[in-house]
Design a protein around this ligand. Structure first.
Ligand SMILES: Cc1cc2nc3c(=O)[nH]c(=O)nc-3n(C[C@H](O)[C@H](O)[C@H](O)COP(=O)(O)O)c2cc1C
Length: 220
């Protein structure tokens, strides 16, 4: 076996991380994440692929209680407005969901993307400029999977207004806010997505998501 090859056990571990990763909101514990582990997670972000190797991602590590309180207050007001879109049973279902754990987690991570950087010299971005932001999303996913392997939960909060978060965190205007994550140890990793358990949405069938050679063509 070459040293670049994964053993069967390593392969199984990677797929286990992928399939048991969850968006966590409810099972967080307050204990802090040691710095050495935090830096492993951040290293996973830095190791992500990026278009033209532009590495446009910067991350704000947020531990300060007051900063988290401010972001949480902002989330609460945006979430109240978001709930207004739903009526009747949908509204009751929405209100019963827990959609962020900004205060309960000891660590929040805010991911920004610098779409203006000259790094990578524009390679791969001429026809698809959005690939800069895609690159930051790859960094987020790396952290999410690495966190799973560290037995650490992550919850992505997008019920936020990017400009408000940028102001609160002193993020320069030219940066794009991509992701806000709540991160912490957990008492449990649920087997199913919480939105599925609570009846909000169900998982798609894999075969329903895949075509062959042309859109719409199912497996022969
Ligand atoms: C871009 C993005 C934004 C998300 N925003 C939120 C959010 O604001 N609040 C929340 O509770 N979950 C959020 N999630 C988590 C999804 O609800 C979750 O990934 C989905 O229900 C599937 O569950 P799983 O991640 O446990 O497999 C977000 C996920 C992604 C990828």
């Amino acid at each position: 076996m070459n040293d670049w090859m994964f053993s069967e056990a390593e392969r199984a571990a990677v797929y286990r991380a992928i399939h048991t990763r969850r968006d966590i909101r409810s099972t967080f514990l307050p204990q802090p994440i040691p710095d050495a582990i935090l830096w492993r997670l951040l290293g996973a972000a830095a190791a992500a692929p990026s278009v033209g190797f532009m590495q446009p991602t910067e991350i704000i590590v947020i531990r300060d209680t007051e900063v988290r309180r401010q972001i949480h207050a902002h989330f609460e007001s945006v979430n109240r407005a978001a709930a207004e879109v739903y009526t009747d049973a949908d509204r009751r279902a929405y209100d019963a969901l827990k959609l962020a754990a900004i205060i309960e987690t000891p660590l929040n991570l805010c991911f920004t993307c610098d779409t203006t950087t000259q790094r990578g010299r524009g390679l791969g971005r001429q026809t698809m400029p959005e690939t800069a932001v895609f690159s930051t999303v790859c960094a987020v996913q790396n952290v999410w999977l690495a966190a799973r392997a560290e037995n650490i939960g992550v919850g992505w909060v997008s019920i936020l207004e990017p400009e408000t978060v940028k102001t609160r965190l002193d993020i320069p205007a030219h940066l794009t806010l991509v992701a806000y994550l709540c991160v912490g140890y957990v008492s449990d990793f649920p087997a199913q997505p919480e939105l599925e358990t609570k009846g909000w949405e169900h998982a798609r069938d894999l075969t329903e998501m895949v075509y062959f050679d042309r859109y719409g063509v199912r497996q022969p």
